[in-house]
Design a protein around this ligand. Structure first.
Ligand code: B12
Length: 334
């Protein structure tokens, strides 16, 4: 372990003080483009999307510099959410730089962020905080009614009455409330071949960002295949298991539930399509299939996924089975 002498400490302190007083004498820097503000969230993507980093214009001040305005010292850190910063290697003097870069580029996991003493560097902590904020927005946000109205979806609710309860009581998110049962019974066509349902699930951003693209592909694809469709609607505070309660009223052959996935710290707007053959009370995930990670941010594009959903529904109808029963039927066919 190297020992720093008192003389060395004094000279380091003197150098830092000299740098700060030089910065204080300089004119104040222009406002940084990386500063988050209420109107520009640190991690927003094209309106109304919520889930990815938006490239910012290059900053004038060098990353990591310090500046002082009116006697207050501030540390200027470049925006960690822009793509090139997000994947910047923070390890000092790596033994195999290109190997490390390839490894880090192969995953969205937080690899090679480096460290400042025993802690992660400020940049990594800020990026984590920004990504975490995006997940909170995705979970606690609401799907804009304009999107639902545009697609002609009416809204019902499960037995959950608040966002906190939704997170604490998944069981209630699988049960329709009485008003929902009444509305569905009154307004929906019964016994269609396919019932499309949209649910917020754990990411309103997933529905907001992907529904306008995926929904018409699924609707037109199923109609084009000659299948009869039920009356679509939106379920607030929805969990996957709600499809049983829904289909006990509608009695469709297949229910396709488009629902927001639990957000991760890399992608917060991924949609899933869970589906099942004749869902009813007592059916479980064993009887269901899922097409997941539908997002334009590193997953399956919603247009492509929509076509895949149509093909899957056709397969389920042909086999009259879903989930493990479908797998077994397919194995039997080979
Ligand atoms: C959370 C989660 C789980 C949790 C669910 C617990 C819970 N109560 O939420 C646990 C750890 C139990 C789990 C288990 C499994 N999971 Co999982 N899970 C997820 C995850 C991370 C998020 C799901 C989500 O947000 N759902 C939406 C919310 C709103 O739904 P929910 O009603 O709150 O929860 C239900 C669903 O999550 C459902 N579910 C969870 N996983 C799976 C898998 C399948 C095939 C089905 C039909 C349903 C299902 O179970 C919950 C209760 O009904 C996804 C990743 C992703 N990108 O989506 C993987 C994911 C859906 N799971 C997957 C798999 C493979 C499984 C397992 C089969 C793993 C295994 N070999 O045992 C099991 C199956 C469990 C089952 N339910 O039958 C895969 C599905 C791949 C595919 N296309 O078929 C995914 C996409 C992960 C992946 N990338 O591989 N899972």
């Amino acid at each position: 372990m190297s020992v720093v002498t008192a003389q060395e400490v004094r000279s380091i302190v003197a150098a830092v003080l000299a740098e700060l007083s030089a910065a204080e004498a300089a004119p104040p820097p222009p406002p940084s483009s990386s500063q988050p503000s209420p109107s520009s969230p640190p991690h927003s993507s094209p309106s109304p999307e919520i889930a990815t980093a938006k490239p910012q214009p290059p900053k004038e001040a060098p990353a990591g510099g310090s500046s002082s305005t009116g006697g207050e010292v501030s540390i200027d850190v470049s925006d960690p959410t822009v793509p090139h910063e997000r994947h910047r290697i923070g390890v000092e003097n790596p033994a195999n730089p290109s190997g490390l870069e390839n490894l880090a580029a192969s995953t969205s996991a937080r690899l090679a962020v480096g460290r400042a003493g025993p802690r992660p560097p400020t940049r990594a902590v800020l990026l984590f905080g920004a990504d975490h904020a995006v997940t909170q927005d995705a979970i606690f946000g609401d799907v804009p009614t304009a999107i639902l109205e545009e697609l002609g979806l009416f809204t019902v609710q499960t037995k959950v009455t608040s966002q906190d309860e939704f997170l604490l009581r998944p069981d209630l998110g699988r049960m329709l409330d009485d008003e929902a049962k009444k509305l569905i019974a009154e307004r929906c066509v019964k016994k269609p071949q396919v019932q499309i349902v949209v649910g917020d699930g754990l990411s309103a951003a997933a529905v907001t960002n992907n529904l306008p693209q995926i929904y018409p592909v699924i609707e037109q694809g199923l109609q084009g295949a000659g299948l009869s469709l039920g009356t679509p609607f939106f379920v607030r505070y929805c969990r996957v298991g709600a499809m049983n309660d829904i289909n006990d009223i509608i009695e469709a052959d297949v229910v396709a539930l488009l629902i927001g996935e639990r957000p991760g710290l890399g992608v917060a707007d991924a949609l899933s399509v869970y589906s099942g053959w004749r869902p009813t009370a007592g059916k479980t995930d064993t009887h269901r299939d899922v097409i997941c990670m539908i997002t334009q941010n590193g997953g399956t594009n919603p247009l492509e996924a929509g076509a895949f959903v149509v093909e899957h529904v056709k397969t389920v109808i042909k086999a009259q089975a879903s989930g493990m029963e479908l797998r077994q039927a397919q194995i039997g066919d080979r």
